[in-house]
Design a protein around this ligand. Structure first.
Ligand SMILES: Cc1cc2nc3c(=O)[nH]c(=O)nc-3n(C[C@H](O)[C@H](O)[C@H](O)COP(=O)(O)OP(=O)(O)OC[C@H]3O[C@@H](n4cnc5c(N)ncnc54)[C@H](O)[C@@H]3O)c2cc1C
Length: 444
């Protein structure tokens, strides 16, 4: 481990998704010095991986692409990717955070992202950015619009054949790199650590991971994205275009059996979005959404719902009990009809999508060493007094934004990021004003 000299910033932003990027840019534009720490090799969070965004159907990677680029070029933002916060301590004047930057085994200052190392690497493993829908090499550039766009070598899967080193025209491969330990002294912190996806395997009767034609909604968002893994909407078992797609809404949300009674707020809308996008690619396909209630609460959402109905998306109010696979890999869905005459029903589909819920990223609480961060009963970061501030945690000087505090859509995440940035700015200015007032000798 290489220990680097301590660096001082006004604010530490943890998490480089849309909320963290937005907060960092706002603060940087106000003149504050910001350190933005992201644990993945690239910034952008989940939004960068999405297809389009409801209800406008704007391209997600185009919108977030301008943010990733601003963050990486902003004079007031120090970006640390592939970096984990090892611990945060409260000290008199603010906080000291220890951050470990993982080695990429590629010299980022030399890498031109030409991709020759990727081509030469013989190892293929599932690509986490496409949620396993295609492979990546052991040395890889995460995706085409990645920021920073440098190769990263995943040593766990490397067989040390040295092909990458041999072909790299920039001599950028460096197996001797070691982790770097950064010490960051900051006045305030914004937690923008986002959410985790519900692990669909936990709904055992849906057989995700076992039946090839049962996908998650995150996988389907990748399938219909401009940066998609395949050039068409196809089903995994045989590469054929599906003609009858079913969605199970509330997979892992509003479900006490998996410990998550809360609504995930975005699943109804993103399922309708995906249904509309699939219809664009497969105009003759039937799409059915199995739902408990449709929660279309935001601006333009009700209209989007009506538009989905008008386009021919079928809405079935029913609770899906189980999915069974037939010998031809088609699927039968058994559901309780909670509308109309009621009772158990079944229907056939050739592809099923599980609209997975959003769960808290509880590891954030463990980052604090000598102060305790309060989480709510489910594990989201607790906001102290929602009627006064939507971003103030129980720790003075620590704010939270985006899905770190609960499930929400992108506009609300951006709104909270702006609020966190402005309250953070006020906090820093207030703190330095009171220090200055204190330091003025009596009588002057
Ligand atoms: C399938 C699906 C489709 C969706 N479609 C839409 C849509 O069309 N429109 C819409 O408005 N919303 C949509 N959403 C919701 C949208 O994804 C969220 O609103 C948005 O991603 C929230 O951004 P965020 O920055 O809060 O969190 P995230 O996107 O989760 O980003 C958090 C970031 O923090 C990083 N991080 C986490 N922990 C640490 C740590 N300890 N240290 C450093 N970094 C850390 C993560 O790696 C990540 O980069 C969709 C969600 C899903 C699941």
């Amino acid at each position: 481990m290489t220990e680097l000299p301590e660096e001082a910033y006004d604010v530490l932003v943890i998490g480089g998704g849309i909320a963290g990027m937005e907060a960092a840019i706002d603060l940087g534009d106000m003149g504050f010095k910001v350190a933005l720490v992201e644990k993945e090799p690239t910034i952008g969070g989940k939004m960068l991986l999405l297809s389009k965004v409801f209800p406008t159907l704007d391209c997600a990677s185009c919108i977030s692409g301008t943010k990733t680029s601003t963050v990486s070029h902003h004079p007031n933002i120090r970006l640390l990717t592939y970096s984990e916060v090892a611990g945060i301590e409260r000290v008199d004047s603010g906080f000291v955070a220890r951050v470990t930057e993982k080695p990429r085994y590629v010299d980022a200052s030399l890498c031109t992202s030409c991709g020759e190392c990727e081509d030469a690497c013989p190892i293929i493993v599932p690509n986490e950015f496409d949620f396993g829908l295609r492979g990546r090499k052991a040395i890889y550039i995460p995706f085409d619009t990645a920021v920073p766009k440098n190769a990263v070598l995943d040593l766990d899967n490397c067989i040390y054949c040295m092909q990458c080193e041999r072909v790299c025209p920039a001599d950028a491969i460096n197996f001797l790199q070691v982790p770097k330990a950064h010490t960051l002294r900051v006045k305030a912190i914004i937690l923008a650590v986002g959410f985790k996806l519900f692990q669909a395997e936990k709904k055992k009767d849906y057989h995700y991971g076992e039946y090839p034609n049962v996908l998650t909604s995150m996988q389907m968002d990748r399938v219909v994205a401009p940066t998609r893994p395949y050039n068409a909407v196809i089903r995994p078992s045989d590469g054929k275009e599906p003609q009858n797609v079913g969605y199970v809404l509330c997979t892992g949300s509003r479900d006490r059996t998996v410990g998550n009674p809360r609504c995930s707020q975005v699943c109804c809308m993103y399922s309708m979005k995906q249904a509309q996008l699939i219809m664009g690619s497969l105009p003759t396909a039937d799409i059915t959404l199995y739902y408990m209630d449709i929660r279309a609460y935001g601006k333009g959402f009700e209209e989007f719902y009506r538009q989905s109905r008008d386009m021919g998306v079928k809405f079935v109010r029913g609770k899906v009990g189980k999915i069974e696979q037939k010998p031809d890999s088609n699927l039968t869905v058994y559901y309780e009809d909670t509308e109309g005459s009621g009772g158990m029903r079944k229907a056939d589909h050739d592809l099923m999508v599980l609209s997975v819920g959003l769960l808290p990223n509880t590891e954030v609480a463990g980052l604090f060493k000598n102060v305790k961060l309060d989480l709510d009963e489910i594990g989201w970061i607790r906001i102290m007094n929602e009627t006064r501030s939507s971003v103030q945690t129980n720790i003075d000087g620590v704010f939270a934004a985006g899905c770190a505090t609960g499930p929400k859509d992108i506009p609300d995440s951006v709104l909270e990021a702006g609020a966190a940035a402005s309250q953070c700015a006020a906090y820093i200015r207030g703190a330095s004003a009171s220090i200055t007032a204190h330091e003025v000798p009596a009588g002057i």
